[in-house]
Design a protein around this ligand. Sequence first.
Ligand SMILES: [Zn+2]
Length: 81
Amino acid sequence: MIDAFSAEPPPWAKSARHSLTFSCPVCDASARAAESAWINRRSPVYGSDGRRKWQEFYHCSCGCSWWSWSSDRPAPSTEES
Ligand SMILES: [Zn+2]
């Protein structure tokens, strides 16, 4: 099992595609549906608003890997559980 906070990126993260929608660019599945996740906390970046953000990698069940900036994560919806 892959630790999301591990220092080393998992193999599937190397081929990850950048998603601007915080969902799989292939099948549009949400991050919470991903089979595994990895957060690159070693390399935070300061956004234009001065807040830190980092890359969140997701390995989708369709086989695609993608990543988004943590600042692009949509606010949790109370309608989804
Ligand atoms: Zn997918």
